[in-house]
Design a protein around this ligand. Structure first.
Ligand SMILES: Nc1ncnc2c1ncn2[C@@H]1O[C@H](COP(=O)(O)OP(=O)(O)OP(=O)(O)O)[C@@H](O)[C@H]1O
Length: 368
């Protein structure tokens, strides 16, 4: 996959504002919260640059306090950066007056973790609210809201109040409301964090369908790599207010470079060694000990019978200790941890053969 277009270093040229292929451009954004009496200043975002191509889905993942919510608030104009610019579909959000911001926000839909529905309004009333605020005529509101409720699978719940809906149904109302003003960009703030795993999958599927059908640009923030895996075309990892790694989702999963990314990735791919193995691992070979290797298969190689070939060619027994194969961004991705008893020279040959193609082989240590 090609790298997304990046603005050249230095001053942002005027043509950027009219780049037709960019949904969201975050250009060297910094956000500093000033010191208070009892607390020092906080650099919440430190020189962040990101590009989200139109119609694509970017996942921003980070631990608590990394700066995710701050980033979302700067994109929808609820807060201003200390420096840098945010451009959404050619409009420089960071340069707008309050009045113009209110209009610009209609092109930016927001989905929240806790749904933020009005309890006194029905599903219909909640979805209609942004249109009422925008002054849309009543007949037009009805014409827009009903297809949206239909799209999110809630046509039969139009007269239900939030208290009568499940968490997943409330989030569906939240998504329909976010789409009411026909935005070109959707921002999602931990949209599935309050939902159970099955409902999470359904909501992620709905967001994917909306992205496909409406060609909507989506930027979501999360602290869960499973959500990134299911939804994102590209991922940016944020830590301490900085983007420490970004790239196509498969590439970041297959070759995580930063320690924080590795931890996120191993939480969902099983590429981390199981606890029982970590407890037994030793850096030096004990008498009669076996070497432990982790093999990461990427792309089509994940399906090849590589282990039996190596075992046959080099006359070694490979014991599988843990592993799994799954699909990430449409590509097979597998991790296997094996142990083997082999002389150093044979071990070198095993590693060389297993590393053929696009595989990554790491020696984790030894077990007795
Ligand atoms: N209004 C504020 N005033 C001062 N500091 C703030 C303010 N809002 C956020 N911060 C600080 O900025 C940093 C980033 O916070 P932010 O809420 O963006 O993180 P986050 O990644 O969204 O975390 P979480 O996942 O816990 O919501 C934190 O150190 C936080 O304490």
């Amino acid at each position: 996959m090609n790298a997304p277009w990046q603005p050249p270093a230095g001053e942002l040229p005027a043509f950027v504002s009219s780049q037709p292929t960019i949904g969201i451009l975050i250009d060297r954004v910094r956000k500093v919260y000033p010191a208070r009496k009892s607390s020092a200043e906080v650099v919440a975002l430190d020189d962040i640059s990101l590009t989200v191509p139109k119609g694509s889905i970017l996942g921003v993942i980070g631990r608590s306090g990394a700066g995710k919510s701050t980033l979302i608030r700067l994109i929808n104009g609820l807060d201003k950066p200390s420096s840098g610019r945010v451009i959404v579909n050619g409009v420089e959000i960071t340069a707008l007056s309050e009045r113009d911001l209110r209009t610009a926000r209609r092109s930016i839909g927001m989905v929240f973790q806790h749904f933020n529905l009005l309890s006194s309004r029905t599903a219909f009333g909640n979805v209609a609210l942004p249109l009422e605020i925008a002054g849309t005529p009543k007949a037009e509101i009805e014409k827009r809201v009903l297809p949206l409720l239909d799209m999110v699978g809630l046509a039969d719940k139009r007269d239900r109040y939030p208290a009568e809906l499940s968490g997943g149904q409330k989030q569906r109302v939240g998504i329909a409301r976010a789409l009411a003003t026909e935005p070109s960009v959707l921002l999602s703030d931990e949209a599935t964090s309050a939902l159970d795993p099955e409902t999470t999958d359904q909501i992620l599927e709905l967001l994917k369908q909306i992205n496909r059908d409406l060609h909507l640009t989506i930027l979501f923030i999360t602290h869960e790599m499973a959500v990134v895996k299911a939804l994102a075309d590209r991922v940016a990892v944020i830590e301490g207010g900085r983007i420490v790694e970004d790239g196509a989702t498969f590439d970041v999963f297959a070759t995580p470079r930063h320690e924080v990314t590795r931890r996120f990735v191993s939480s969902v791919t099983g590429s981390g060694a199981p606890d029982w193995l970590l407890e037994k691992l030793q850096p030096q070979q004990p008498p009669g000990g076996q070497a432990v290797l982790r093999i990461t298969f990427k792309g089509s190689d994940a399906n090849q019978p590589l282990l039996s070939r190596v075992s046959r060619d080099l006359g070694v027994n490979l014991n599988i200790l843990s592993g799994q194969v799954e699909m990430i961004a449409g590509h097979p991705f597998g991790t296997l941890i094996v142990s083997l008893d082999a002389a150093p020279e044979v071990l070198r040959q095993v590693i060389a053969q297993l590393s053929a193609g696009n595989n990554l082989v790491e020696q984790l240590g030894y077990v007795a």
